[in-house]
Design a protein around this ligand. Structure first.
Ligand SMILES: CC(C)(COP(=O)(O)OP(=O)(O)OC[C@H]1O[C@@H](n2cnc3c(N)ncnc32)[C@H](O)[C@@H]1OP(=O)(O)O)[C@@H](O)C(=O)NCCC(=O)NCCS
Length: 151
């Protein structure tokens, strides 16, 4: 498995993975716009086939933010999510940030467990965060300056 930069040729496949992973979709145009904006955008590829992606950026001056991460249903629990998040965190760690934040749907305990393996902690719950009324669990990872966190 390799982790590489997203390119426009991956758009359709990333959209497919997003669709099978979330009730609510950013939509293909939003992916294109995020890419054009220059956010961090990586894909995991296995035998030439894209099986997952992660999108991240810097929110405010000192906070990293994981916008979205998903792995194809048929390739979960094989370490792809870990490879993607390790790479995203190590890139963000180079940027002198204090914290990495993300939001998880409160009805997604599997993802909360996944983030906990990286030592992300629960910060708070934001009610009605998603369109369908579900709340978001906000999680954070404190970064030590100049040090790349290990799992
Ligand atoms: C969350 C997600 C990205 C994890 O990707 P993955 O490739 O399956 O994750 P990994 O194989 O690297 O998992 C690493 C560890 O995280 C934990 N973990 C991952 N998925 C889990 C789940 N559903 N339930 C409990 N623990 C889980 C386990 O400890 C796992 O190690 P193990 O398989 O040895 O037990 C994937 O499940 C996914 O795409 N889910 C749908 C989209 C989503 O929820 N994204 C996050 C939204 S904020």
């Amino acid at each position: 498995m390799i982790i590489r930069k997203f390119g426009p040729q991956d758009l359709k496949r990333v959209f497919e993975i997003e669709n099978m992973s979330f009730d609510q979709s950013y939509g293909i145009n939003m992916f294109k716009q995020l890419y054009d904006m220059g956010v961090g955008f990586l894909v995991a590829e296995k035998d030439g086939y894209v099986i997952g992606y992660v999108i991240f950026w810097i929110k405010y001056e000192n906070q990293g933010h994981i916008i979205s991460i998903a792995v194809d249903k048929n390739y979960r629990r094989l370490g792809a999510g870990t490879h993607l998040l390790v790479k995203a965190i190590s890139i963000l760690s180079l940027l002198d940030l204090d914290t990495i934040y993300l939001e998880v749907n409160e009805n997604n305990p599997g993802a909360v467990e996944f983030y906990k393996t990286f030592n992300f902690k629960v910060d708070r719950v934001v009610p009605n965060y998603y369109e369908n009324g579900a709340g978001a669990i906000v999680m954070y990872l404190k970064l030590e300056h100049g040090k790349i966190p290990t799992k």
